[in-house]
Write a protein that binds this ligand. Structure first.
Ligand code: S3P
Length: 451
C-alpha cells in the first residue's frame, strides 16, 4: 500500500501530550491486563537492518518513541526511503523501509541522534564502512556518553573517527572506508551496542570479524540478522560474522518492550492482592533478567512464551505479594541493566537488604543512574549506600512521598512514578517529558492505574 500521505510519512511521534511532571499517590491493590509499546532495541535494529536489506520490508509494532524516530530520520538522511503505513495513538507504528543493499548516500547535514545511544553507536558501525564522511551529534546527555568504546574497534577496522577528549564524546566525525578490515575484538564491556557496531561494520569487511565480551549482552542483533538470513556464529561469549552478506528483505514484527513492562510488573509484584497480565511482550532470555530477579525476591510471577519467531514473545502474569532483598551481580547484570532503577525501587519495598554490584555501566547511561536512584530513594526516606559499581538498599521502611527529579532520564522518571504508588502522601516526579524516549503513553497507563 502507498504511504497514508506524504505529510504523514514525515511525521515524528507526537509529543504534544508530554507531561512536565507526574503527581502520584498510593494505590490500592489493582487488577489489570495490558500491552506495552514496541521494544526499543528491536525497533532500532528493524529500521537499520531493513535499510541494509536487499528489498522492501514492513515493520509492524514499531515503537513510536523519540529515540527510535532518530533512527528513522538518520536512515532517511542516508538515502533510505521509509514510509509510514499506520499511525498508532502515539505516532507511526507500521513502517515500510526500502533497503538499498548497504549502498548509502552521504548525508548533506550532520545527523542528529537525540538521546539515543543505540542510534549513535550502531549507526557508527554502518558508517565506518561507507566511503564518505558523516557527523553524528546528540542532546546534552548523549554528548556526555563515552563513544571511545566504539571508536577504538572501528578505528582498528580502518575508519577514521574524531570525537572530543579521551572518551571520544560526540559530536563524532566518521570517515568511513569501503576497505573496512575484519578484526577480532575483546570488548572490555558487555555491551550490545558495541558488539552490534562491530558486527555491522564486519558485515562489509572481507573475512571474519568477531567480538568477545566479558558477559553475554542482549542478542537482538544476532537474532534479527539470522532471521534476515545473515549468518553469525556464537561460541561462548564470542560472536562472529562473515563479510559480504546482505540481509534478505523480510517483514518484521516488534514485540512489546519488557523494559517498559517492568514498571507495571513491579507495581503489581510488591502489593498483595494485585494481579497483572502483560500480553505480547518480548521474553528474550538476554533481556528478561528482571523476571528472574523478582522471582528470587519472592514475587509470584509466571512467564509464558507463545511464539518463538526470531524473538520469544509471550505474556507475564504477576500475583502481588511481599518481596525480600537479594544480591544481584555478575553475568546477570547485562540481562537487566535497563531495569536496575525499577529493581532498586523493588528493593526498597522488600524486606531486608538488596545489593547490586558489577553495574558500573549505570554511571554512563542516560544519567548516572546509580547516583540518581540513590538520591531519589533517600528523598523518599530509604537508606541507601552507594558503591562505584552499584548500591545497597535497606528495604522495608514505608516510602515517604517526596519531590524527586528524573534528571531527564526516562527510566528514572518512570521508576519513581511507580515508587510513588507505594508512598505515603504525594510524590512529584519532575522533568518527565523524557518518558517519550522509550514509552509514549506511560502517563495514560499510570492514570488508569491510579483511577
Ligand atoms: C541497548 C543496549 C544496552 C541498553 C540500551 C539499549 C541496545 O546498552 O542499556 O538501552 O539496544 O543494544 P549497552 O549495550 O551499551 O549496555
Amino acid at each position: 500500500p502507498p504511504p497514508l500521505s506524504p505529510d504523514m510519512s514525515a511525521s515524528p511521534p507526537s509529543s504534544s501530550s508530554a507531561p512536565s511532571q507526574f503527581k502520584v499517590k498510593s494505590v490500592s491493590p489493582f487488577t489489570a491486563e495490558l500491552e506495552v509499546p514496541g521494544d526499543k532495541s528491536i525497533s532500532h535494529r528493524a529500521v537499520m537492518f531493513a535499510g541494509l536489506s536487499n528489498g522492501t520490508c514492513e515493520i509492524d509494532g514499531f515503537l513510536p518513541s523519540e529515540d527510535c524516530w532518530c533512527t528513522v530520520e538518520a536512515m532517511r538522511a542516508l538515502g533510505v526511503q521509509i514510509d509510514v503505513l499506520e499511525e498508532g495513538e502515539h505516532g507511526p507504528s507500521k513502517l515500510r523501509v526500502k533497503g538499498n543493499s548497504g549502498r548509502f548516500e552521504a548525508p548533506t547535514e550532520p545527523v542528529y541522534c537525540g538521546n539515543s545511544g543505540t542510534t549513535m553507536r550502531l549507526l557508527s558501525g554502518i558508517l565506518a564502512a561507507q566511503p564518505f564522511e558523516t557527523e553524528l551529534h546528540g542532546d546534552a546527555s548523549l554528548t556526555r556518553r563515552p563513544m571511545d568504546r566504539i571508536a577504538k574497534p572501528l578505528r582498528q577496522m580502518g575508519a577514521e573517527i574524531e570525537g572530543r577528549g579521551d572518551r571520544c564524546t560526540a559530536p563524532l566525525k566518521i570517515r568511513g572506508t569501503a576497505e573496512i578490515q575484519p578484526i577480532h575484538y575483546e570488548s572490555p564491556v558487555a555491551s550490545a551496542q558495541v558488539k552490534s557496531a562491530i558486527l555491522l561494520a564486519g558485515m562489509f569487511a572481507n573475512g571474519k570479524t568477531s567480538v568477545t565480551e566479558p558477559y553475554l549482552s542482549r542478542d537482538h542483533t544476532e537474532r534479527m540478522l539470522h532471521y534476515l538470513l545473515v549468518k553469525t556464529v556464537r561460541e561462548g561469549n564470542t560472536v562472529s560474522i562473515w563479510g559480504g552478506q546482505t540481509p534478505e528483505s523480510r517483514d518484521l514484527r516488534v514485540p512489546g518492550d519488557i523494559s517498559s513492562a517492568a514498571f507495571w510488573i513491579v507495581a503489581a509484584a510488591a502489593r498483595p492482592k494485585s494481579r497483572l497480565r502483560v500480553r505480547n511482550v518480548g521474553l528474550n532470555p538476554t533481556r528478561s533478567g528482571i523476571l528472574h530477579a523478582l522471582i528470587r525476591m519472592g514475587a509470584r510471577l509466571n512467564e509464558c512464551i507463545d511464539e518463538e519467531n526470531g524473538e520469544p514473545v509471550g505474556s507475564v502474569e504477576v500475583n502481588g505479594g511481599s518481596l525480600r532483598g537479594i544480591e544481584i551481580g555478575g553475568d546477570e547484570i547485562p540481562k537487566l541493566i535497563d531495569e536496575i532503577p525499577i529493581i532498586a525501587v523493588a528493593g526498597a519495598l522488600a524486606e531486608g537488604k538488596t545489593v547490586i554490584r558489577d553495574a558500573h555501566e549505570l554511571r554512563v547511561k542516560e544519567s548516572d543512574r546509580i547516583s540518581a536512584v540513590a538520591e531519589n530513594l533517600r528523598r523518599m526516606g530509604v537508606e541507601v549506600q552507594e558503591f562505584a559499581d552499584g548500591m545497597e538498599i535497606t528495604g522495608g521502611a514505608k516510602l515517604q512521598g517526596a519531590t524527586v527529579d528524573s534528571l531527564g532520564d526516562h527510566r528514572i522518571a518512570m521508576a519513581f512514578a511507580i515508587a510513588g504508588l507505594y508512598a505515603e502522601g504525594e510524590t512529584i516526579v519532575r522533568d518527565v517529558e523524557c518518558v517519550n524516549t522509550s514509552y509514549p503513553g506511560f502517563e495514560a497507563e499510570l492514570k488508569q492505574l491510579i483511577g
